[in-house]
Design a protein around this ligand. Structure first.
Ligand code: 3PG
Length: 306
């Protein structure tokens, strides 16, 4: 059986070697499709694939239609908004993710970008420190928990909002549970976003929330650009010259924001949160092992399209 590894943004070489080894040791054939130009290449490559391992690569209805033998898609990572879950389900294709495998990498980038922002992009002017400051974490999943752990190392006061996580669990991690999103934004100088992009969350963070942030507020987005109402963000930045926005997900209005707000905004050129050797190895090997476990033994613990 063929296992296609389709990554427009390739894994580190060490991860690729290990992924291939896991697949080959199970008696399956690994096939690489890296840095491909577009959907047509992906459609050709999935034609005879039994399984596909992807990152943020788009698996939509067209790609699924081109994959008659496909049994499983594993998203090596957390967010699966890039996969058409319903069409996959209708076609009998299992979709899984690899939760937690790249979360430390994303959490470390939160602080990398935040320190850079409050040191004024290292432009020679005097900046500020994280110690003693407040950080609010929007969603207390695997990344949120790692952000909390690291924030405590900076001696920050940490709180979190997560309607899907019991307040006792947040408190048990030594973090103050917050009840409303308005409170999260009003009471924290730093807010780090870790919500998935869903129908409910798309465009949910805009002017009304961002304007609530305390003086010197920094909004950090390592989640998805879609959760931001970009016009609202621009309006808040215009009205509040003390606010900053750093994102690992380039907004659609990136050029406009850069032109209007200069060093108060920062965007990575492509999504870099999970782009470390460690995260690639963790998520890539987990994905390969999950493919093998499903194809060989029907093990389906991480299915997200039940
Ligand atoms: C995730 O959802 O796991 C992250 O956004 C990482 O995405 P990537 O694998 O495309 O870097």
């Amino acid at each position: 059986m063929k296992v296609l590894i389709a990554t427009q943004k390739p894994f580190a070489k060490a991860a690729v070697d290990s992924i291939k080894e896991v697949i080959a040791n199970a008696g399956f054939e690994p096939v690489m499709l890296e840095k491909y130009a577009g959907a047509d290449d992906l459609k050709k490559a999935v034609a005879d694939a039994d399984a596909v391992i992807i990152r943020s690569d788009i698996i939509d209805a067209d790609v699924l239609a081109a994959a008659p033998k496909l049994k499983i898609v594993v998203r090596a990572g957390a967010g699966y908004d890039n996969v058409d879950l319903a069409t996959a389900k209708a076609q009998g294709v299992v979709v899984q993710n690899t939760p937690g495998q790249n979360s430390n990498a994303v959490a470390e980038l939160v602080f990398g970008m935040t320190v850079m922002a409050i040191r004024n992009m290292y432009d020679g002017t005097s900046g500020s420190e994280l110690r003693g400051k407040t950080i609010g974490i929007q969603a207390f999943g695997q990344v949120g928990r790692n952000v909390a752990r690291i924030a405590k190392g900076f001696d920050m006061t940490v709180s979190a909002l997560d309607p899907y996580c019991p307040a006792e669990d947040i408190a048990a991690a030594g973090v103050t549970p917050v009840q409303t999103v308005n409170d999260l934004y009003s009471n924290n100088q730093f807010v780090s976003i870790h919500i998935p992009a869903t129908a409910e969350t798309r465009g949910s963070i805009g002017y009304d929330l961002i304007r609530l942030m305390p003086q010197g507020g920094v909004l950090i987005n390592t989640a998805r650009k879609e959760v931001i109402d970009e016009a609202g963000l621009a309006k808040a930045l215009e009205e509040r010259p003390d606010l900053k926005y750093v994102a690992d997900v380039k907004p659609d209005n990136a050029d406009e924001l850069k032109e209007r707000f200069g060093n108060r905004v920062f965007f990575t050129p492509k999504k870099m949160g999970a782009q470390t050797a460690e995260a690639n190895i963790n998520a890539g090997i987990a994905a390969a092992e999950q493919v093998v476990a499903y194809l060989r033994d029907g093990i389906n613990r991480f299915q997200v399209n039940k």
